[in-house]
Design a binder for this molecule. Structure first.
Ligand code: NAD
Ligand code: TDX
Length: 337
Protein backbone atom coordinates (compact mmCIF):
# COMPACT_ATOMS: atom_id res chain seq x y z
CA UNK A 1 0.00 0.00 0.00
CA UNK A 2 1.39 3.41 -1.01
CA UNK A 3 -0.27 6.05 1.16
CA UNK A 4 -0.34 9.80 0.69
CA UNK A 5 -0.91 11.33 4.12
CA UNK A 6 -1.54 15.08 4.22
CA UNK A 7 -1.03 17.12 7.39
CA UNK A 8 1.13 14.36 8.83
CA UNK A 9 3.28 16.74 10.87
CA UNK A 10 0.29 17.70 13.03
CA UNK A 11 -1.06 15.94 16.09
CA UNK A 12 -3.22 13.12 14.71
CA UNK A 13 -1.30 12.79 11.43
CA UNK A 14 2.03 12.26 13.18
CA UNK A 15 0.50 9.69 15.53
CA UNK A 16 -1.05 7.96 12.49
CA UNK A 17 2.22 7.85 10.51
CA UNK A 18 4.13 6.35 13.44
CA UNK A 19 1.28 3.83 13.96
CA UNK A 20 1.18 2.78 10.28
CA UNK A 21 4.94 2.35 9.90
CA UNK A 22 4.96 0.23 13.08
CA UNK A 23 1.88 -1.91 12.38
CA UNK A 24 2.00 -2.38 8.58
CA UNK A 25 5.51 -3.40 7.47
CA UNK A 26 4.59 -3.28 3.76
CA UNK A 27 2.95 0.17 3.77
CA UNK A 28 4.81 3.22 2.43
CA UNK A 29 3.91 6.73 3.52
CA UNK A 30 4.44 10.06 1.77
CA UNK A 31 3.65 12.97 4.08
CA UNK A 32 2.61 16.24 2.38
CA UNK A 33 2.56 19.06 4.92
CA UNK A 34 2.76 22.84 4.63
CA UNK A 35 4.29 23.14 8.12
CA UNK A 36 1.98 25.82 9.46
CA UNK A 37 2.28 26.83 13.12
CA UNK A 38 0.69 23.42 13.93
CA UNK A 39 3.06 21.30 11.86
CA UNK A 40 6.09 20.05 13.74
CA UNK A 41 8.59 17.61 12.26
CA UNK A 42 9.89 16.84 15.74
CA UNK A 43 6.71 14.76 16.09
CA UNK A 44 8.15 12.43 13.41
CA UNK A 45 11.78 12.28 14.44
CA UNK A 46 11.64 8.54 15.19
CA UNK A 47 10.57 7.76 11.58
CA UNK A 48 12.49 10.36 9.59
CA UNK A 49 15.15 7.83 8.51
CA UNK A 50 12.66 5.03 7.80
CA UNK A 51 13.05 4.00 4.12
CA UNK A 52 9.25 3.60 3.89
CA UNK A 53 8.70 7.26 4.83
CA UNK A 54 9.07 10.38 2.66
CA UNK A 55 8.39 13.97 3.64
CA UNK A 56 7.32 16.61 1.11
CA UNK A 57 6.78 20.20 2.18
CA UNK A 58 3.82 21.65 0.31
CA UNK A 59 0.31 23.05 0.38
CA UNK A 60 -2.72 20.85 -0.42
CA UNK A 61 -4.34 23.89 -2.05
CA UNK A 62 -1.43 24.22 -4.54
CA UNK A 63 -2.92 22.54 -7.60
CA UNK A 64 0.32 22.17 -9.56
CA UNK A 65 2.37 20.85 -6.66
CA UNK A 66 -0.35 18.33 -5.79
CA UNK A 67 -0.69 17.18 -9.41
CA UNK A 68 3.10 16.78 -9.64
CA UNK A 69 3.15 14.67 -6.50
CA UNK A 70 0.34 12.39 -7.71
CA UNK A 71 1.95 12.05 -11.15
CA UNK A 72 5.10 10.59 -9.62
CA UNK A 73 3.61 8.96 -6.52
CA UNK A 74 1.55 5.98 -7.66
CA UNK A 75 -0.61 6.31 -4.55
CA UNK A 76 -3.14 3.62 -3.64
CA UNK A 77 -4.80 5.74 -0.98
CA UNK A 78 -5.01 9.28 0.40
CA UNK A 79 -5.64 10.16 4.05
CA UNK A 80 -6.43 13.86 4.30
CA UNK A 81 -5.61 15.23 7.75
CA UNK A 82 -4.35 18.61 6.50
CA UNK A 83 -6.52 21.34 7.95
CA UNK A 84 -6.72 24.42 10.03
CA UNK A 85 -8.07 22.67 13.12
CA UNK A 86 -8.65 25.16 15.94
CA UNK A 87 -12.16 26.56 16.45
CA UNK A 88 -11.02 29.71 18.31
CA UNK A 89 -8.65 30.64 15.46
CA UNK A 90 -11.51 30.21 12.96
CA UNK A 91 -13.54 32.72 14.96
CA UNK A 92 -10.69 35.25 14.70
CA UNK A 93 -10.13 34.66 10.96
CA UNK A 94 -12.06 32.17 8.84
CA UNK A 95 -10.00 32.82 5.68
CA UNK A 96 -7.30 30.15 6.06
CA UNK A 97 -9.99 27.60 7.02
CA UNK A 98 -11.77 28.07 3.71
CA UNK A 99 -8.52 28.01 1.75
CA UNK A 100 -7.11 24.82 3.28
CA UNK A 101 -10.13 22.89 4.52
CA UNK A 102 -12.43 23.57 1.56
CA UNK A 103 -10.28 24.49 -1.44
CA UNK A 104 -7.40 22.25 -0.41
CA UNK A 105 -9.71 19.25 -0.08
CA UNK A 106 -11.15 19.94 -3.54
CA UNK A 107 -7.65 20.11 -5.06
CA UNK A 108 -6.83 16.72 -3.51
CA UNK A 109 -10.12 15.17 -4.63
CA UNK A 110 -9.51 16.38 -8.17
CA UNK A 111 -5.98 14.94 -8.25
CA UNK A 112 -7.24 11.65 -6.81
CA UNK A 113 -9.91 11.53 -9.51
CA UNK A 114 -7.45 12.29 -12.29
CA UNK A 115 -4.74 9.85 -11.20
CA UNK A 116 -6.98 7.21 -9.58
CA UNK A 117 -6.80 5.83 -6.02
CA UNK A 118 -8.38 2.81 -4.32
CA UNK A 119 -9.61 4.96 -1.42
CA UNK A 120 -9.70 8.64 -0.47
CA UNK A 121 -10.17 8.95 3.27
CA UNK A 122 -11.33 12.31 4.58
CA UNK A 123 -10.60 12.90 8.28
CA UNK A 124 -13.64 14.80 9.50
CA UNK A 125 -15.19 15.70 12.81
CA UNK A 126 -18.29 15.37 15.00
CA UNK A 127 -18.52 19.18 14.88
CA UNK A 128 -20.13 19.07 11.42
CA UNK A 129 -23.34 17.80 13.10
CA UNK A 130 -23.68 20.89 15.31
CA UNK A 131 -24.69 20.67 18.96
CA UNK A 132 -26.77 18.25 21.08
CA UNK A 133 -29.11 19.02 23.96
CA UNK A 134 -28.54 17.26 27.31
CA UNK A 135 -31.09 14.50 26.64
CA UNK A 136 -30.58 14.01 22.91
CA UNK A 137 -29.29 10.64 21.68
CA UNK A 138 -25.71 10.67 20.30
CA UNK A 139 -25.15 11.72 16.66
CA UNK A 140 -25.60 8.94 14.12
CA UNK A 141 -24.26 9.23 10.57
CA UNK A 142 -27.82 10.15 9.47
CA UNK A 143 -27.91 13.30 11.62
CA UNK A 144 -28.18 16.45 9.50
CA UNK A 145 -25.01 18.47 8.99
CA UNK A 146 -25.55 21.72 10.96
CA UNK A 147 -22.16 23.31 11.71
CA UNK A 148 -21.97 26.36 14.00
CA UNK A 149 -18.38 27.65 13.77
CA UNK A 150 -16.38 28.75 10.72
CA UNK A 151 -14.12 25.74 11.40
CA UNK A 152 -16.95 23.21 11.44
CA UNK A 153 -18.62 24.88 8.44
CA UNK A 154 -15.38 24.48 6.47
CA UNK A 155 -15.11 20.80 7.48
CA UNK A 156 -18.77 20.24 6.55
CA UNK A 157 -18.16 21.84 3.15
CA UNK A 158 -15.24 19.45 2.61
CA UNK A 159 -17.41 16.46 3.60
CA UNK A 160 -20.03 17.53 1.07
CA UNK A 161 -17.40 17.87 -1.67
CA UNK A 162 -16.28 14.33 -0.82
CA UNK A 163 -19.85 13.14 -1.15
CA UNK A 164 -20.22 14.95 -4.48
CA UNK A 165 -17.00 13.44 -5.89
CA UNK A 166 -18.31 10.01 -4.96
CA UNK A 167 -21.79 10.56 -6.42
CA UNK A 168 -20.67 12.45 -9.53
CA UNK A 169 -17.40 10.78 -10.48
CA UNK A 170 -17.54 7.51 -8.56
CA UNK A 171 -14.41 8.41 -6.58
CA UNK A 172 -14.09 5.83 -3.75
CA UNK A 173 -14.33 8.29 -0.86
CA UNK A 174 -14.76 7.34 2.82
CA UNK A 175 -15.49 10.06 5.39
CA UNK A 176 -14.53 9.43 9.02
CA UNK A 177 -16.10 11.74 11.59
CA UNK A 178 -14.35 11.59 14.93
CA UNK A 179 -14.90 13.20 18.31
CA UNK A 180 -12.30 15.14 20.37
CA UNK A 181 -8.90 13.45 20.31
CA UNK A 182 -6.29 13.66 23.06
CA UNK A 183 -2.87 12.08 23.54
CA UNK A 184 0.84 12.75 22.89
CA UNK A 185 2.02 15.55 20.56
CA UNK A 186 -1.20 17.59 20.68
CA UNK A 187 -0.52 21.30 20.19
CA UNK A 188 -1.04 23.11 23.50
CA UNK A 189 -3.82 25.37 22.21
CA UNK A 190 -6.40 22.55 22.59
CA UNK A 191 -8.14 22.02 25.94
CA UNK A 192 -6.25 19.04 27.40
CA UNK A 193 -2.62 19.91 26.49
CA UNK A 194 -3.23 23.60 27.25
CA UNK A 195 -4.49 22.77 30.73
CA UNK A 196 -1.66 20.32 31.43
CA UNK A 197 0.97 22.81 30.22
CA UNK A 198 -0.56 25.62 32.29
CA UNK A 199 -0.73 23.48 35.44
CA UNK A 200 2.92 22.52 34.98
CA UNK A 201 3.82 26.23 34.75
CA UNK A 202 1.50 27.14 37.61
CA UNK A 203 -0.56 29.36 35.32
CA UNK A 204 -4.34 29.89 35.57
CA UNK A 205 -6.64 27.49 33.70
CA UNK A 206 -9.11 29.39 31.44
CA UNK A 207 -12.47 27.57 31.40
CA UNK A 208 -14.98 29.01 28.93
CA UNK A 209 -18.47 29.93 30.16
CA UNK A 210 -19.82 27.68 32.92
CA UNK A 211 -17.46 24.80 32.05
CA UNK A 212 -20.39 22.45 31.52
CA UNK A 213 -19.99 21.96 27.76
CA UNK A 214 -19.60 18.27 27.01
CA UNK A 215 -17.13 16.60 24.65
CA UNK A 216 -16.80 12.88 23.80
CA UNK A 217 -13.08 12.10 24.27
CA UNK A 218 -11.13 9.51 22.30
CA UNK A 219 -7.47 8.59 22.65
CA UNK A 220 -5.59 9.36 19.43
CA UNK A 221 -4.35 5.74 19.18
CA UNK A 222 -7.94 4.50 19.01
CA UNK A 223 -8.67 7.04 16.26
CA UNK A 224 -5.56 5.93 14.32
CA UNK A 225 -6.70 2.29 14.45
CA UNK A 226 -10.11 3.45 13.23
CA UNK A 227 -8.58 5.23 10.25
CA UNK A 228 -6.56 2.14 9.31
CA UNK A 229 -9.72 -0.01 9.64
CA UNK A 230 -11.69 2.38 7.41
CA UNK A 231 -8.87 2.36 4.83
CA UNK A 232 -8.94 -1.41 4.67
CA UNK A 233 -12.62 -2.17 5.11
CA UNK A 234 -14.61 1.06 4.59
CA UNK A 235 -17.42 1.07 2.01
CA UNK A 236 -16.88 3.63 -0.77
CA UNK A 237 -19.28 6.52 -0.22
CA UNK A 238 -19.83 5.69 3.46
CA UNK A 239 -19.52 7.94 6.50
CA UNK A 240 -18.25 6.42 9.78
CA UNK A 241 -18.53 7.97 13.24
CA UNK A 242 -15.74 7.41 15.78
CA UNK A 243 -15.75 8.33 19.45
CA UNK A 244 -14.59 7.08 22.81
CA UNK A 245 -17.97 6.68 24.56
CA UNK A 246 -16.48 9.05 27.12
CA UNK A 247 -18.65 12.13 27.54
CA UNK A 248 -17.20 14.55 30.07
CA UNK A 249 -17.82 18.21 30.91
CA UNK A 250 -14.83 20.49 30.43
CA UNK A 251 -14.82 21.14 34.15
CA UNK A 252 -14.60 17.39 34.84
CA UNK A 253 -11.63 17.13 32.49
CA UNK A 254 -9.81 20.07 34.09
CA UNK A 255 -10.48 18.80 37.62
CA UNK A 256 -9.19 15.34 36.70
CA UNK A 257 -5.95 16.86 35.35
CA UNK A 258 -5.54 18.84 38.57
CA UNK A 259 -6.12 15.68 40.61
CA UNK A 260 -3.55 13.67 38.61
CA UNK A 261 -0.96 16.43 39.09
CA UNK A 262 -2.00 17.05 42.69
CA UNK A 263 -2.66 20.76 42.19
CA UNK A 264 -5.48 22.89 43.67
CA UNK A 265 -8.76 23.79 41.94
CA UNK A 266 -8.04 27.44 42.76
CA UNK A 267 -6.02 27.52 39.50
CA UNK A 268 -9.33 27.42 37.56
CA UNK A 269 -10.51 30.75 36.07
CA UNK A 270 -13.92 31.06 34.44
CA UNK A 271 -13.50 33.29 31.38
CA UNK A 272 -15.82 34.66 28.64
CA UNK A 273 -17.54 31.95 26.65
CA UNK A 274 -16.58 31.03 23.07
CA UNK A 275 -19.08 32.65 20.63
CA UNK A 276 -21.42 30.00 19.18
CA UNK A 277 -19.99 27.46 21.65
CA UNK A 278 -21.47 24.00 20.93
CA UNK A 279 -22.95 22.63 24.14
CA UNK A 280 -22.54 18.91 23.69
CA UNK A 281 -21.09 16.35 21.28
CA UNK A 282 -21.60 12.59 21.56
CA UNK A 283 -21.07 9.93 18.91
CA UNK A 284 -23.04 6.78 18.09
CA UNK A 285 -20.23 4.48 16.92
CA UNK A 286 -22.31 1.36 16.20
CA UNK A 287 -21.65 1.46 12.43
CA UNK A 288 -17.85 1.49 12.82
CA UNK A 289 -18.10 -1.33 15.37
CA UNK A 290 -20.29 -3.41 13.08
CA UNK A 291 -18.73 -2.79 9.67
CA UNK A 292 -15.09 -2.11 10.53
CA UNK A 293 -14.71 -4.43 13.52
CA UNK A 294 -13.31 -1.47 15.47
CA UNK A 295 -13.90 -0.31 19.02
CA UNK A 296 -12.10 2.08 21.36
CA UNK A 297 -9.67 0.34 23.73
CA UNK A 298 -8.60 3.17 26.03
CA UNK A 299 -10.76 4.26 28.97
CA UNK A 300 -10.71 8.03 29.38
CA UNK A 301 -9.22 7.82 32.88
CA UNK A 302 -6.28 5.60 31.80
CA UNK A 303 -5.78 7.60 28.62
CA UNK A 304 -5.74 10.94 30.41
CA UNK A 305 -3.36 9.67 33.07
CA UNK A 306 -0.96 8.37 30.36
CA UNK A 307 -1.27 11.65 28.46
CA UNK A 308 -0.49 13.77 31.51
CA UNK A 309 2.59 11.58 32.12
CA UNK A 310 3.67 12.08 28.49
CA UNK A 311 3.53 15.87 28.88
CA UNK A 312 5.41 15.71 32.17
CA UNK A 313 8.09 13.51 30.57
CA UNK A 314 8.25 15.69 27.44
CA UNK A 315 8.32 19.12 29.03
CA UNK A 316 11.03 20.19 26.58
CA UNK A 317 8.77 19.43 23.60
CA UNK A 318 6.08 21.64 25.14
CA UNK A 319 8.62 24.34 25.87
CA UNK A 320 9.96 24.33 22.32
CA UNK A 321 6.46 24.44 20.83
CA UNK A 322 5.42 27.22 23.13
CA UNK A 323 8.47 29.41 22.65
CA UNK A 324 8.56 28.89 18.91
CA UNK A 325 12.01 27.24 18.96
CA UNK A 326 10.72 24.48 16.72
CA UNK A 327 10.41 27.04 13.93
CA UNK A 328 14.16 27.45 14.13
CA UNK A 329 14.41 23.68 13.58
CA UNK A 330 12.46 23.98 10.29
CA UNK A 331 14.57 26.87 9.16
CA UNK A 332 17.71 24.82 9.71
CA UNK A 333 16.22 21.67 8.19
CA UNK A 334 14.64 23.13 5.06
CA UNK A 335 15.78 26.66 4.35
CA UNK A 336 19.51 26.35 4.90
CA UNK A 337 19.88 23.17 2.87
P1 NAD B 1 -3.26 19.91 13.69
O1 NAD B 1 -3.69 21.34 13.65
O2 NAD B 1 -2.48 19.40 14.85
O3 NAD B 1 -2.42 19.55 12.38
C1 NAD B 1 -2.77 20.01 11.10
C2 NAD B 1 -1.60 19.70 10.16
O4 NAD B 1 -2.00 20.09 8.83
C3 NAD B 1 -0.32 20.47 10.48
O5 NAD B 1 0.80 19.63 10.37
C4 NAD B 1 -0.29 21.57 9.42
O6 NAD B 1 1.04 22.00 9.11
C5 NAD B 1 -0.95 20.85 8.24
N1 NAD B 1 -1.54 21.78 7.27
C6 NAD B 1 -2.35 22.85 7.53
N2 NAD B 1 -2.68 23.46 6.37
C7 NAD B 1 -2.10 22.75 5.37
C8 NAD B 1 -2.08 22.87 3.95
N3 NAD B 1 -2.74 23.87 3.33
N4 NAD B 1 -1.39 21.97 3.23
C9 NAD B 1 -0.70 20.96 3.85
N5 NAD B 1 -0.66 20.81 5.18
C10 NAD B 1 -1.36 21.69 5.93
O7 NAD B 1 -4.61 19.08 13.50
P2 NAD B 1 -5.08 17.69 14.18
O8 NAD B 1 -5.69 17.97 15.48
O9 NAD B 1 -4.00 16.70 14.04
O10 NAD B 1 -6.28 17.32 13.18
C11 NAD B 1 -6.03 16.59 11.98
C12 NAD B 1 -7.33 16.42 11.22
O11 NAD B 1 -8.27 15.74 12.03
C13 NAD B 1 -8.00 17.73 10.82
O12 NAD B 1 -8.54 17.56 9.52
C14 NAD B 1 -9.10 17.91 11.85
O13 NAD B 1 -10.19 18.64 11.30
C15 NAD B 1 -9.48 16.48 12.12
N6 NAD B 1 -10.04 16.19 13.45
C16 NAD B 1 -9.37 16.59 14.57
C17 NAD B 1 -9.88 16.25 15.83
C18 NAD B 1 -9.16 16.64 17.09
O14 NAD B 1 -9.70 16.44 18.17
N7 NAD B 1 -7.97 17.17 17.05
C19 NAD B 1 -11.08 15.54 15.92
C20 NAD B 1 -11.74 15.16 14.74
C21 NAD B 1 -11.20 15.48 13.52
O1 TDX C 1 -8.86 27.36 26.92
C1 TDX C 1 -9.86 26.67 26.67
N1 TDX C 1 -10.89 26.62 27.57
C2 TDX C 1 -12.04 25.92 27.36
O2 TDX C 1 -12.94 25.91 28.19
C3 TDX C 1 -9.99 25.91 25.45
C4 TDX C 1 -8.89 25.92 24.42
C5 TDX C 1 -11.14 25.19 25.26
N2 TDX C 1 -12.14 25.21 26.16
C6 TDX C 1 -13.36 24.41 25.90
C7 TDX C 1 -14.01 24.64 24.55
C8 TDX C 1 -14.60 23.28 24.23
O3 TDX C 1 -15.88 23.14 24.85
O4 TDX C 1 -12.95 23.03 25.90
C9 TDX C 1 -13.64 22.28 24.89
C10 TDX C 1 -12.63 21.69 23.94
O5 TDX C 1 -12.05 22.76 23.22
P1 TDX C 1 -10.95 22.52 22.06
O6 TDX C 1 -9.82 21.75 22.62
O7 TDX C 1 -10.68 23.86 21.42
O8 TDX C 1 -11.73 21.53 21.09
P2 TDX C 1 -13.11 21.66 20.29
O9 TDX C 1 -13.50 23.05 20.05
O10 TDX C 1 -14.11 20.76 20.98
O11 TDX C 1 -12.67 21.00 18.87
C11 TDX C 1 -11.80 19.84 18.84
O12 TDX C 1 -12.52 18.67 18.60
C12 TDX C 1 -13.05 18.49 17.32
C13 TDX C 1 -10.69 20.00 17.79
O13 TDX C 1 -9.99 21.22 18.03
C14 TDX C 1 -11.26 19.98 16.40
O14 TDX C 1 -10.19 20.03 15.45
C15 TDX C 1 -12.04 18.71 16.23
O15 TDX C 1 -12.65 18.70 14.99
Amino acid sequence: MRLLVTGGAGFIGANFIRFVLREYPDWHVTNLDKLTYAGNLENLREVEDNPRYTFVRGDIADREAVAGLFAGGGFDAVVNFAAESHVDRSILDAGPFIETNVRGTQVLLEAARRYGVRVFLQVSTDEVYGSLGPDDPPFTEEHPVKPNSPYSASKAAADLLCRAYHETYGLPVVVNRCSNNYGPYQFPEKLIPLMIANVLENKPLPVYGDGLNVRDWIHVEDHCRGIAAALRRGRPGAVYNFGGRAERTNLDVVRTILRILDRPESLIRFVADRPGHDRRYAMDIARAERELDWRPRWTFEDGLEATVRWYVDNAEWVQRVRDGAYREYYRRMYEER
